[in-house]
Write a protein that binds this ligand. Structure first.
Ligand code: FE2
Length: 539
């Protein structure tokens, strides 16, 4: 009999339709609430995404999963998984965060797991107080560091560590183990079966500093193991994360999924796709990982800030030109709120912002080749790779936000401007809320940067003081002086932190109610509890 390996993951709920993702250990038919689909095989693994139709509107429906007619989910003694449909998306609750290392719940080295606390809270809460969506903002798995003792033991058993990828994850098979380890903890498995998720990768899903610069890319592409690794990373990302980001209609019409379903084994097809997607970095943009979802009058626009980059110094951009046109087009509309999810914060504490802008100019030989080499070393060493370090893209995004917030030109929606434009980000291993304004533009939207990082991978105590310093007035003054010395014009936007920085494992939540908004940040405590870190009104 086929066995359930991973999932179910409830990914998308839209009207009376939903998608449920599973991995099984052999080819079979997967059934959820009377809707059936066959698995598709990739490298001996078997996956399915079931489009569930005809759910009762504005209701909570428990569901089971059957493989070849045998019920395999929920496990004995577990609470039922449910799909919740809503007649109105008001109020809308979005939970978010990034960076979650895989470790057993009682492993104290990574602290308490914010997703475990969320699962425990949901089990006590009435369903109508649950979040509508969990936005996972990167480092859903760590392929290069924070690798668990279990994965390290498997690597030691399986292959030599003195060649190739060494102690890092090397291939598709090892990626499947990472996902299984990350999402199999019972409380997390139930959470992901019941709360819809949207996801986007960040560097550690692939490797630290992924696509930070042309120098980085040249060096990594000269190794013997990178090609296998990047293909495995993008193949597994497509299956485990990206497929569930798509709405049901796109799943039903996906040519790639159709080819995988027709193949005896889809590995060559998916590998070719991954190779193609890795060419995004040369500005070719054959694959768009960015996507959007609408919840009533709230638009969530998820912008890939890793794989769609252009690293060639002359054209360096966080988002290549074709994808940027798509971002501009989808930032427009009659929204009450526009959420722009990008794994890397758009607005950093100002001192750090200027340091990154200065570093980009220095890498680009503002002071000659010798300083450029040192600056490149610093860029990779200190992760100076956020929007601030892609000046052209920072300016493009600033202009776009200014136009949407001002309701002017082609970006102004017919219904006026959004009440808020909020960036949702992770990556930096501290959490904050910043508010921005345009001193020289007439805008009506409030503009925020909300950061929640990490869910479970706290920054070492010794490194927190540096990040705290980056948010001080002294650091801002030093940063501005650095920017002036490199002749970088001051940004058109001005911003400051209005809450945080907070350290430790956290869960971020937004509650959007009509034109009003609230951000709450909760610190994870052992045994699945929370302690409020801050809450702040957005409008
Ligand atoms: Fe991270």
């Amino acid at each position: 009999m086929p066995r359930l390996v991973l999932g179910p993951l409830l990914r998308f709920v839209e009207g009376t339709r939903a998608t449920v993702w599973v991995e099984a250990d052999s080819a079979c038919t997967v059934e959820v609430l009377g809707c059936r689909v066959s698995t598709f095989p990739v490298a001996g693994h078997h996956y399915a995404i079931v489009v569930v139709d005809g759910l009762p509107a504005d209701d909570v429906t428990p569901y089971e999963v059957s493989l070849d007619g045998e019920r395999v989910w929920p496990f004995e003694g577990w609470p039922a998984s449910v799909i919740r449909t809503r007649a109105s998306a008001v109020p809308l609750r979005v939970a978010f965060g990034s960076c979650r290392a895989a470790a057993p719940l009682d492993d104290s080295s990574h602290g308490a797991d914010a997703l475990h606390s969320l699962a425990e809270r949901m089990r006590r809460q009435p369903v109508d107080e649950w979040p509508d969506l969990l936005m996972l903002l990167g480092d859903q798995v760590y392929a290069d560091d924070n690798i668990s003792p279990l994965t390290l033991a498997r690597i030691r058993y399986r292959r030599s560590q003195s060649t190739g990828a060494g102690w890092e994850v090397a291939n598709f098979g090892e990626y499947t183990e990472l996902y299984e380890e990350s999402w199999s903890i019972p409380a997390i498995r139930w959470l992901l079966s019941t709360l819809p998720t949207a996801m986007i990768f960040d560097d550690h899903d692939v490797r630290d500093d992924w696509n930070t610069s042309d120098a980085w890319l040249r060096e990594i592409r000269s190794t013997s193991w990178w090609q296998d690794r990047i293909e495995a990373a993008l193949m597994s990302y497509w299956i485990y994360q990206h497929l569930g980001n798509l709405p049901p209609a796109e799943i039903e019409s996906s040519p790639l999924l159709a080819r995988l379903r027709d193949a005896a084994d889809g590995e060559p097809v998916l590998r070719e796709f991954a190779r193609h997607a890795d060419r995004n970095i040369e500005g070719a943009a054959p694959v768009r990982w960015s996507y959007h979802r609408d919840f009533g009058a709230v638009r969530l626009l998820v912008v890939d800030s890793r794989c769609g980059r252009v690293v060639d110094a002359a054209r360096r951009a966080m988002v290549g030109p074709e994808e940027w046109a798509w971002v501009e087009q989808h930032a427009t509309g009659a929204f009450d709120h526009l959420l722009i999810a990008t794994s890397l914060p758009f607005l950093l504490p100002e001192g750090i912002h200027h340091l990154e802008a200065w570093n980009e100019a220095t890498c680009d030989r503002r002071w000659g080749a010798r300083f450029a080499r040192t600056a490149e070393w610093l860029r990779q060493r200190a992760d100076l790779e956020h929007w601030a370090a892609f000046g052209r893209s920072f300016d493009q995004m600033t202009r776009l936000v200014g136009e949407v917030a001002g309701g002017k030109g082609r970006h102004g929606g017919p219904g006026g401007t959004p009440a808020t434009i909020t960036f949702l980000s992770g990556d930096v291993h501290f959490s904050y809320l910043a508010e921005a304004r345009f001193p020289q533009r007439d805008v009506t939207s409030r503009i925020y940067q909300a950061v929640c990082s990490p869910l479970r991978n706290p920054l070492a105590m010794g490194m927190r003081s540096g990040q705290r310093f980056g948010a001080t007035r002294t650091a801002t003054r030093i940063g501005r002086a650095l920017g002036r010395s490199a002749r970088i014009p001051p940004p058109e936007l001005q911003w400051e932190l209005v809450a945080g920085p907070a350290f430790g494992n956290q869960l971020g939540e937004l509650e959007l109610d009509g034109r009003a908004g609230l951000m709450r940040l909760s610190g994870a405590l052992p045994e699945g509890r929370f302690q409020e870190s801050f809450s702040a009104r957005l409008s």
